[in-house]
Design a protein around this ligand. Structure first.
Ligand code: FMN
Length: 156
């Protein structure tokens, strides 16, 4: 059993719907995960307790992270994520020039802290209603790549 955490921010519910569908995908392939709304004020150091990290955020302002994510993001500076696998997702709006920039910002930070980050963040235009299957698949594929990585480490 691998330990997976999903931390998200959502103002109007779109990223939360993505989080729910991704969590469903993770559970469909037999892994459990903890789903935490960043608004509950958890500290970024908790990320060190998990093998797999999923972060979700909508984009705010002019291509910025949501305010709710800022403290967590700043705390990530002091967290060592070497050996962790991570992926990022978020609801976005193509009416804005910086499409889904929060996803890119979080991917960069995870890489900087040593995590192996899935090269493609999952960006969904506004509501994920029609893309719930893509979200579930994202969750399932994340588990598969995480299990492969852990099996490889065991063999080394
Ligand atoms: C003031 C404001 C600024 C926004 N800026 C961006 C942006 O720069 N890039 C983007 O892709 N979406 C931007 N959005 C769109 C939101 O990310 C989008 O509405 C998203 O679906 C909200 O997700 P949520 O339902 O999880 O809160 C902005 C929305 C608002 C209200």
């Amino acid at each position: 059993m691998v330990k997976i955490v999903l931390v998200f921010a959502s103002m109007s519910g779109n990223t939360e719907m993505m989080a729910d569908a991704i969590a469903e995908g993770v559970r469909e392939v037999g892994e459990d995960l903890e789903v935490i709304d960043v608004i509950n004020g958890l500290e970024a150091s908790v990320l060190e307790d998990y093998d797999g990290i999923l972060l979700g955020a909508y984009t705010w302002g002019d291509g910025e992270l949501p305010d709710d994510f800022l403290d967590f993001y700043d705390e990530m500076e002091n967290v060592d994520l070497t050996g962790k696998k991570a992926a990022v997702f978020g609801s976005c709006d193509s009416a804005y020039p910086q499409y889904g920039a929060a996803v890119d910002i979080l991917m960069e930070k995870l890489k900087e802290r040593g995590a192996e980050v899935h090269p493609h963040g999952l960006k969904v235009e506004l509501t994920p209603e029609k893309e719930e299957e893509a979200c579930r698949t994202f969750g399932k594929n994340f588990v598969t790549s995480l299990q492969t990585r852990i099996d490889q480490k065991r063999e080394d």
